[in-house]
Design a binder for this molecule. Sequence first.
Ligand code: PGA
Length: 258
Amino acid sequence: MSTKWVIGNWKMNPADPTEAAALAQSLLHTVQAADISCQVGVAPSFLHLVSVRNILKEWVHVGAQDIAAHQTPVGIGAFTGDVSAVQLMNVGLDFVLVGHSERRQYYNETANTLAAKIRQTFASGLSVIYCVGESKASYECQETLDVLTEQLAVLADIVKNEPSTSPKNLPQLFIAYEPVWAIGTGLTPTLDEIEQVHGFIRQTIQKFGMNAPILYGGSVNDTNAAEFARSTMIDGALVGGASLKIESFAKIISAFSE
Ligand code: PGA
């Protein structure tokens, strides 16, 4: 059976560093105590990355929610507000989220920007979780696959570095299918719909010579996780809101461990 992945996206939470540390401590106890066979990761805000990394050590993969698109020879330079892939690598991170719909929507991240971010991440040996997904309007017009074709095209031009696993033995690339209308709404597509989309994503990236675990994200919770976890077409979950409640996140982790 292939490995399953459960990744928490903490977004701009929590407000206080002591809360972030407490959440990380609870997560550490969860993964140490239970019979966990899936791989677990979290993406805290930049402010909490180092403390969370130090708490979770080798038990949980830790990643960033964003990365600088600008290329500089050694990962430093005059880019106010940015954090480079080299800086992230030097604090021991494992992966970076790229293309989350909130960044596409609120920061107008274009295909060129996303491609640059993916290149920077790969060049530093970190893994990319590339998020794709259609809006409600596109879903209703049955344009999901068209939207995904366009979003996945960003990957086509990116020459894959070898080896295809990062130094930490993670796959270099993950895809997270996150319908925008499912994020934070309590709504999800049906299992059948998700499986069809995941099959389409797999075929598309294979044409680019790529392979990647394909995660589902969007209102994954402790009730629906078991159904998603049983599917051979779903390699894991990218979890927002429920990753901030340790009881829920622990249940999702155990669902993907069965
Ligand atoms: P959600 O968020 O689980 O709160 O729907 C998922 C995400 O945005 O990655």
